[in-house]
Structures are given as structure tokens and as C-alpha cells.
Design a binder for this molecule. Structure first.
Ligand code: WTA
Length: 648
């Protein structure tokens, strides 16, 4: 599939970027006057309480500052400013797992957010700058809570509901959160599941910072209420006023923290700004999803991940769009659920992960043909490279060979899309993220900044600061510098390295080749090998462990663990140990980090200085020939022994 797919012009009415000429003109405009062009967009797109006086401050690089002097409020930009023209337009359409529905217009959303914001202020004493941890299912109250925080200037940290009590506790402590907002639980595949008991366990020790817990009652299952600590959202909200002033925030005031995995053990609290973040969320929503006033847009991510932040809540609402929130899973009650919803809501943009596409393809290749999907105009993917087979099915069967597919490449740290086709303009090569968006200077380079030759793998770097970039790692500015600005330089200056490899072809198309660090991409979710290893090491009988990614049909990558036991008493024991290790992972991190496979090996391939040669372990699990030099290993014979165990 090397031929290109051209956008079907008749699908687009007035796209903001109509063709590649316009794309190039915009890129050139940024090249000629980088700051001026960003300033122009910032003034045009956002509502400011006070104008900014300086576009970009690079004096304390890499702690870049954007739009200093300006004051604005993100919730105001997402809701209040739309009330003049769109108060009766649907802002959020909620579809429950069991099919129940709720539509919140912009006016209703304004009302709920203000009440919630007042509740946070009045009942829980939340002030500007306080941290609020949000551990919630996919219900409108999750978005309302995030926006209510933004309204009063509190910093939210949403923790994905699949994380365990231990993982939640670490994040609460790192952020010293004062309030936790959660739900009793929610519904999945027709059955209730619980979240509040996880919060209870997390708060058992070490979380003295937490004063109150606010519980949304969603599934109405029995939960324990701790007197003086736990309060019902549903009850308290009744007494609050529906008017709340939007706190004027400095451009650089943090909007939220979102923890993500890195190559060392502890997750990183990625800190985003207010103005730069919301600006790019809105601009990419308009450029990449071609959002129009009558559109209904659906992103299937969870609010616990960056995609849920930028492309379920902040981007769509800043753009005044209608965004769908879905509580359930794509395969319940059957693999036609998504397509049934596309038909029912006349969805125009559908945004999901390759892992979901592969699953839906496998479980229901013919399902799309049973529904009317003619409303679709744009299909998006995010989170991992999409393989050509999944791409083809998505394009032909879901999109009827007429929709544009936007393969959006970005990260928690980038805040919004970096590399993506523009749906009405970019000729698409399947499974290729194509070109950097206007304003984003993405380069594939070597460590010293020289461009990587075409067709070869290099480091995917963003070589100029951009408004929605990560500002720092919460509590750890040194780690921020080291993690992102420690590897690559250009013209002698450190530049942002994404951690991904990439390749540019002879037509300048960029293909992402995957992580170059010890991060595994499981179903589009980042998992640090060190985190998983730390959990496994808690097992009494584990002497050493190394975790690597193993190609997986649906997940993209699965987790494979090489385990060295202290004492090995045979196969029966090993089965027991596998169970115990997986149960440890579930407790320490959550079910998303469970190992797909494990091999018990006599030792790991280590250099004489004790460094584990992961590249060898990755090759073995993929069944690739070992090309690495093994002569520097402490025990070169170990490679063959491991190979025999894994592949023999
Ligand atoms: C990977 C998700 C290939 C990449 C928004 C990146 C992708 C990591 C793509 C970020 C894509 C994301 N093609 N790889 N279109 N999109 N990735 O922080 O390795 O959860 O570094 O953000 O996902 O994952 P994160």
C-alpha cells in the first residue's frame, strides 16, 4: 500500500486548511514570524480577561513561558463564552454502558460546573492552586469536575480508573492533593464495578494531605462512608448556587497534572499550563477534526488519559462542539456497539486507538455494514502506530473509502497533536502520521542535531518550544530537564526529545517507528518497564527480572517478563508464582499492567558492569536473530540458554 489516498473534497465544506498550498503557506507564516503568528492565533481564538504582553519567554529554557501578562480562564473559554450563541446546543452527550442517555446543553453544563465549583469552594475549602485528584468513571461528572477545578483555579490530576489503590496513593501523595473526587463505581459490560473501595484502600495510610472525599453516586451499590471525610456529591450539589465567577488565571498557571510512565520507576506528573494548552487544544480540534457547528464528535478514550483531557473535554468544548462521552466498552453488548452509536447520534468524527480498531475488526469485521455510517467524515487514530491491515479495514469498511483518516501522533507531554494529516488537505499514506502541523517544528535528527538521512531511523524531536508543551514535572524540575532535554541538541541547544524513533521518506512524510526508551505501549497506553519490574520484584522468590514488550495481535505490544527465581522447585511452583506475580502487579499498578507471558530463566544477559542488555531480550522475544555483540556479557552463554527456554 504505497499509493496515496487523496481527501475526498466533496466531504468538506469549508475546511480551515483546504489544500497543501494553504498548509505550506501557514507553515511559512510561522517560519517567517514564529512568535507573531502564535500571538495572532492566541488573540483570535481565545477570550482573554487581560491581554498578554509577551508571546514567548525563552530566558529560562527549557522552562519556556507563553503569553505572559495575559489573564484568562479555561472553563470560561470552554463554556461561558459560548452561551451567547450556543446556549441550547448539546455540549456533552452521555451514553451509559446500559444505554441510558443524558444530554447537557452548554447552558446546563455552565450550571453544573458552577454549582460544582461552588461546592468545591464552600464545602471543601478548595482554593486556587490546590490539587484535586479525580478518580472517576466515564460519566459527565468527570468532565464537570475537571471544568469546575479550572473555573476556580484548582489543579486537577485525573487518575485512570483502572489504576490500583497503590498507584492511586502514589499519585495522591506526589501531588499532595487536598480533595479526591470519585464515584461509588459505574457500569461495564452490563455489570456494576466499584471505585470508591479503591480510594478507601489508597487513603488507609500516607495520604494525610487528603481532607475530604467527594463521591458521585452512579451505580448505587453499597459503599462505606467515612464520617467527616466522605460526602455525597449528589446531595451537596443541591444547595449550591449556579453562579460562580471564573477565576482570572495567569497564562502560565497550571491547569492540570497528569501522571505518565517514564523509563525510571516513578510516574511523572506532567504539568500543563492554562493558556498555551487550551489554545492548541482548540486549534487542533478545528484543524485536524474540521469541527463544524452541526457536527457531533466522538472520541472513545478515557478521561484518565491525555486523549480524554484534550479531545473529549477541553478541545471540543473550547471549539464549541458537541462531544460524546461513552461509559461502556466497544464490544458490549456486541462488536457493533460503536457503529450503532455512530448511526444513532449521526457521528461526524470518530476518534479511537488502533488497538480498538484491531479488536473490532477481529470480533466483528462485518458489523459496520449493518449500520448507516454515512454521517462519518473523519476517522482518527492515536496512541500507537496503526498497522496497514487495521488501517485498510478502518478506511474501507468503517469509512466507506470516503472518509479521511487522521493518524495523530502526540503525547501526554505535547498536550495536543504534533504530527497529523489535515483531513481536507493531506494526501495520506496508510499507517503514516504524515507531516507536522503548522507551528510545530518536528525534526528527525541524530543526538547532535544533524538530520538523520532519509529512510533511516532517528530521534523524533520538536526543536522549537510550542504553546501546549509540558511545563515541568511536578515537584521535579531536574527530572523534567533530564527526561526531555537531556538527549538531543540542535545548534548546541538542548531540544525536546519525544522518546520515539521516526523516519522521513523522500517525500518528507514522517513515520513514527516507536519508543526508543524502556517504555512499552500496551493497547496505546504507556507502561514503564521499571514500574512493572518494581512490582514483580516485591515477590519473595524473585531474584531479578527484566520486562520487555512483545508484539501482540490486538494490544500492539504485550508485557513479557524474564524472571530469575531465587529458588526453583519445578513447574508446579512456577504456575503458582505466575499467579502470585500477576496478583502483585494488579495490586501495585492495576490490571492494565498484567504480564501476557513470563519465562523463568537462570540469569539475565548482563554486561560486566551489571547493565541488563534489554535489546537482546527484545530480540529473543520477537524471535529475531541476535545481532548485538554478546562478547561484552558477563556470561555470553546465557543468551543461548534463554533462547532455548523462550523459543526452544
Ligand atoms: C505513541 C497518547 C505512533 C508514541 C496521545 C508516543 C504513537 C506515545 C501515535 C504517547 C501515533 C501516540 N503513531 N505512535 N499516531 N500516537 N503514539 O502519552 O510512542 O499516552 O510517545 O499519549 O504513544 O503516549 P501518551
Amino acid at each position: 500500500m504505497n499509493n496515496k489516498f487523496y481527501p475526498k473534497k466533496e466531504m468538506f465544506q469549508e475546511p480551515l486548511i483546504k489544500n497543501m498550498c494553504e498548509y505550506k503557506e501557514l507553515v511559512e507564516e510561522f517560519e517567517k514570524d514564529y512568535e507573531g503568528t502564535w500571538a495572532k492565533f492566541a488573540k483570535e481564538k481565545l477570550d482573554w480577561f487581560e491581554p498578554f504582553t509577551r508571546t514567548l519567554d525563552e530566558s529560562n529554557a527549557p522552562f519556556y513561558r507563553w503569553f505572559d501578562g495575559g489573564k484568562l480562564n479555561v472553563a470560561y473559554n470552554c463554556i461561558d463564552r459560548h452561551l451567547k450563541t450556543k446556549k441550547n446546543k448539546a455540549a456533552i452527550i452521555f451514553e451509559g454502558d446500559n444505554g441510558d442517555k443524558r444530554i447537557l446543553t452548554y447552558r446546563e453544563l455552565a450550571y453544573e460546573v458552577s454549582k460544582t465549583a461552588n461546592m468545591f469552594k464552600n464545602q471543601f475549602n478548595i482554593k486556587k492552586g490546590d490539587r484535586v485528584v479525580v478518580y472517576m468513571p466515564m460519566i459527565p461528572e468527570a468532565a464537570i469536575t475537571m471544568l469546575a477545578c479550572a473555573k476556580i483555579g484548582a489543579i486537577h490530576s485525573v487518575v485512570f480508573g483502572g489504576f490500583s489503590a497503590e498507584a492511586l496513593r502514589d499519585r495522591i501523595i506526589d501531588a499532595s492533593a487536598k480533595l479526591v473526587v470519585t464515584a461509588d463505581g459505574a457500569f461495564r459490560k452490563g455489570k456494576p464495578y466499584m471505585l470508591k473501595p479503591v480510594v478507601d484502600t489508597a487513603l488507609e495510610h500516607g495520604c494525610e494531605c487528603v481532607e475530604k472525599v467527594c463521591v458521585v453516586e452512579r451505580n448505587e451499590q453499597e459503599i462505606t462512608w467515612v464520617a467527616g471525610r466522605d460526602y455525597s456529591y449528589n446531595e451537596l450539589i443541591k444547595n449550591e448556587s449556579s453562579f460562580c465567577k471564573s477565576e482570572p488565571m495567569d497564562s502560565e498557571d497550571p491547569l492540570f497534572l497528569l501522571y505518565t510512565s517514564g523509563s525510571t520507576g516513578k510516574p511523572k506528573g506532567v504539568q500543563h499550563s492554562s493558556a498555551g494548552y487550551i489554545l492548541w487544544a482548540q486549534m487542533t480540534m478545528e484543524w485536524v477534526f474540521d469541527i463544524k457547528d452541526n457536527d457531533t464528535y466522538w472520541c472513545t478514550a478515557d478521561v484518565g488519559w491525555i486523549t480524554g483531557h484534550t479531545y473529549i473535554v477541553y478541545g471540543p468544548l473550547a471549539a464549541g462542539a458537541t462531544t460524546v462521552m461513552f461509559e461502556g466498552v466497544p464490544t458490549f453488548p456486541d462488536a457493533g456497539r460503536c457503529w450503532q452509536m455512530v448511526e444513532e447520534y449521526r457521528i461526524n468524527q470518530f476518534y479511537t486507538a488502533p488497538t480498538a480498531i484491531r479488536l473490532l475488526h477481529k470480533m466483528g469485521a462485518d458489523e459496520p455494514s449493518k449500520y448507516d455510517l454515512s454521517s462519518l467524515r473523519i476517522l482518527g487514530t492515536v496512541g500507537e502506530p496503526i498497522d496497514p491491515a487495521a488501517w485498510k479495514w478502518y478506511y474501507e469498511e468503517v469509512g466507506g473509502s470516503k472518509c479521511s483518516i487522521v493518524d495523530t501522533y502526540w503525547q501526554t507531554e505535547t498536550g495536543g497533536h504534533m504530527i497529523s494529516p489535515l483531513p481536507a488537505a493531506t494526501p495520506i499514506k496508510p499507517a503514516c502520521a504524515t507531516f507536522a502541523l503548522p507551528g510545530i517544528v518536528a525534526e528527525v535528527i541524530e543526538e547532535d542535531g544533524t538530520p538523520t538521512p532519509r529512510g533511516e531511523k532517528g530521534f523524533m524531536c520538536i526543536t522549537k518550544p510550542w504553546p501546549s508543551m509540558i511545563r515541568t514535572i511536578w515537584n521535579d524540575p531536574e527530572r523534567f530537564k533530564k527526561s526531555y532535554f537531556g538527549d538531543c541538541k540542535k545548534d548546541g541547544k538542548p531540544v525536546y526529545f519525544t522518546g520515539d524513533g521516526a523516519m522521513i521518506d523522500d517525500e518528507d512524510y514522517i513515520t513514527i517507528t516507536g519508543r526508543t526508551d524502556d517504555v512499552i505501549n500496551v493497547s496505546g497506553h504507556r507502561m514503564g518497564t521499571a514500574e512493572v519490574e518494581a512490582a514483580i520484584k516485591k515477590h519473595d522468590n524473585v531474584a531479578a527480572v527484566a520486562v520487555v514488550g512483545k508484539p501482540h495481535d490486538i494490544k500492539g505490544e504485550g508485557i513479557f517478563a524474564y524472571v530469575v527465581l531465587k529458588s526453583d522447585d519445578g513447574i508446579a511452583d512456577e504456575l503458582e508464582i505466575i499467579k502470585e506475580i500477576n496478583s502483585l502487579i494488579k495490586t501495585e499498578i492495576g490490571a492494565i499492567a498484567l504480564c501476557d507471558d513470563m519465562a523463568f530463566v537462570p540469569d539475565l544477559p548482563k554486561t560486566r558492569s551489571g547493565k541488563i542488555m534489554r535489546r537482546i531480550l527484545r530480540s529473543i522475544v520477537k524471535g529475531e536473530a541476535i545481532t548485538q555483540d554478546t562478547s561484552t556479557l558477563e556470561d555470553p552463554s546465557i543468551v543461548q540458554k534463554i533462547e532455548n527456554i523462550v523459543n526452544g
